[in-house]
Design a protein around this ligand. Sequence first.
Ligand SMILES: [Zn+2]
Ligand SMILES: [Zn+2]
Length: 548
Amino acid sequence: MGIVRLIPLGGSGEIGKNCTVVEQDDDMIIVDCGISFPHEEHHGVDIVIPDFTYILENRDKLRGIILTHAHEDHVGALSFLLKEVNVPLYASPLTEALVRSKLEERVHLKDIEFKPLPAGKPFKIGPFTIEPVRVTHSIPETHAISITTEHGRILFTADFKFDMNPVDRIQSDFNRLTEMGDEGVLLLVSDSTNVDQKGWSRSESEVESGLESIFKNAEGRVLVTTFSSQIHRMQQVVNAAKATGRYVSVCGRRMDQVFQMCRNMKYLSVPDDIYVPNEDLNKYKHDEIVVLVTGSQGEQMAALSQMSRGEYSRMKVVQGDTIVYSARAIPGNEGGIWRTINRLFKLGADVITDYGTPIHVSGHGYEDEIRLMYQMTKPFYVAPVHGEPRHQIHFSRLLDDLGHPGHRKFILANGDVLQIDEQKAWIADKVQAGDVWIDQHGNAVVTDSCLRQRTALANDGIFIISALIDTDDQCFVGKPTSYSSGFVGDNDAIEDIMDDLIKGCSRFKTEAFSSAEAIKNELEKAARRFIYHRTSQKPVVIAVVQTV
Ligand SMILES: [Zn+2]
Ligand SMILES: [Zn+2]
């Protein structure tokens, strides 16, 4: 018998860019392929994707990609991987529709093959038997994925909560999860996002009464912002609007696209007589309107951000409008969110981020739900993922609490290779893994050094020296010139720096004049020193050198 390998390339030790490889001999499948978001210091970086080097080096083994659900942190990086590999995607009808509409923008769709992911119906991919199991989350059709290998079953919980009152009335499949526990689960790969929250998460359907109360009491229009993938939330906005006699409109390209698609596919139930297209909004009184709007994360180009700057042509935010934030802030986005909120307040709107009854609940189960998942599935090994190290460590403590043996749990980092044979499991190795930064034009790759330079540029600007040098006489020909941008130094300081440089150059060692490249390096080093000495600043310094 061979060895089974599980390798997270993203999503372990972080929340975001979920992507895990499962390998057995010459066959490999991937579960999810998502993105994460950059931090504020990542200048010009739009999204972060996993490093696919390992997959590309082993592309001959790849048999397919299984998608647990349609959230961006699980499907957002597909367009980048599918440029390099051509394998089938296994997805539910909703996930397929949402992924297709995104991929249409980037990849030639005719090359992509989608295959069904039917809950409760096992099927084969290469040597693996796959069985999707329904779980509740904040988007319909989320599936835990059971992958049976030659050494036993690996069960990915996917993002889950045990919502006893789900918006679409479709429960998690408790029976099948329990049965799988009885049949044997070798390894549970579990969501750990909310493991540090005590008790049980609130049901998604509780949000409706909070929204209803706001809609009832607001004197003007109500704008609700959430993620465009929050289909259950959209349904509750529609329900609350209906209950309070308001009409619903949608602003923002992606949200409108998802709204119409889900309406057509019957994932959203929206009576015709309450839907209002944007262009008809002014036919209604303000207290008759609810608008679903993109921009819950303060994204620059999203509809709500544009409205806050008065740049959204279809709608202006005015005194009396109420804006409801029905989403959590993804860490890193807080600055942009608060700036948007402040601008909205200045326009005279009221902005609600918190309310007596919930206006947002998490899609991830709390400690007791994770405990129940463990008790039902009775795994032999456990690897907590979809969490930062603090979540993984909390999970590990919970496992101690549950009496789970210490040597049968694995806190994996991205790139760790968890190997399993017929007798044991162990972290054997590490493969290349990490962040690949994508700029706003969709180009990989903003590198580490590129980011460092951007930070330096943002902090202290740039200082350029242009010089002609006589390598025989080892001196400048004419006076070198300087250009700067974003550098805070007056003309006197710059003149002093250039004088220092001319004097300094005469003290360079002979080797420094061996080539233009060597002179350039010496000049840049010296210039950095003199600039810091005169101005206490560290701009990016570039010397452009020509020799005679
Ligand atoms: Zn999710
Ligand atoms: Zn997720």
